[in-house]
Design a binder for this molecule. Structure first.
Ligand code: ZN
Length: 240
């Protein structure tokens, strides 16, 4: 069974009554509930736990890590980021959600600013499937709507995705690359846009479907472990 660790900053749910009303069990609670219902072996971890709940033992027992952060990216310890980074290169899947675009781990893996446009107006978002053969699109149909969301708009300063699966349109006219796949080392990374803390996005069936599909995609097949560094010839070299 695929082992997923759902990581959440879990600060705004504790300090902002508007957010707590939407996510009484935390954003991680809603994401974990969806993944458990989809048959994954799920644990959660949050910023204010020792080592942010991401000890080496936890990371070693994690096939896919999901990441939601917003107001406290700077509080994430660089040593933990390094451990997560190495695990991704070694094959752990990583699903970066919404404002996780500015997390230390995503920016490190992308190597760009990851900046974008944004607007909090509770507008309609329509998410289009633009790569219908991709496993992350399974069961989504042509498109689906989130009635109220924060807008994220282009330009999104990330490297061109290896595969672009989803594109968002917003009522205000903006568009955004909402479902981006990357390979880094042996790891698979999926960035998925929706999930502002004042909207019940992570309870929506289609959103849960995308995250579950991404968790499956990110962990199998696992590929093979590459070899780097000084290399002896495998066959006799021609005398020269
Ligand atoms: Zn947001």
């Amino acid at each position: 069974m695929t082992r997923v660790t759902v990581w959440n900053e879990y600060r705004q749910e504790c300090t902002d009554p508007e957010v707590r009303a939407v996510y009484p069990d935390g954003i991680h609670g809603a994401i974990a509930e969806g993944l458990q219902a989809a048959g994954f072996d799920v644990r959660t971890a949050t910023l204010d736990e020792p080592e942010h709940g991401l000890t080496q033992a936890v990371l070693d027992a994690t096939d896919v890590l999901t990441w939601w952060g917003h107001a406290a990216h700077g509080d994430v310890d660089d040593a933990v980021v390094e451990h997560v980074y190495q695990r991704v290169l070694d094959g752990m899947g990583l699903i970066v959600l919404h404002s996780g675009h500015f997390s230390k781990i995503f920016r490190r893996l992308m190597g760009t600013s990851c900046d974008l446009k944004w607007r909090e107006a509770g507008e309609r978002e329509r998410i289009w499937v633009v790569e219908p053969s991709h496993p992350i699109a399974e069961g989504l149909g042509d498109s689906f709507v989130i009635e109220r969301e924060e807008m994220y708009g282009e330009h999104f300063d990330v490297p061109a995705p290896d595969r672009l699966v989803l594109v968002s349109w917003f009522q205000g006219g903006d568009v955004f690359r909402s479902g981006c796949c990357y390979n880094r080392g042996r790891g698979r990374i999926f960035y998925f846009r929706p999930g502002h803390e004042t909207h019940p996005t992570y309870f929506q069936a289609e959103v849960r479907r995308v995250i579950a599909n991404a968790a499956t995609w990110a962990t199998r097949p696992r590929g093979s472990r590459p070899v780097h560094g000084n290399s002896r010839p495998l066959e006799a070299l021609e005398p020269r």
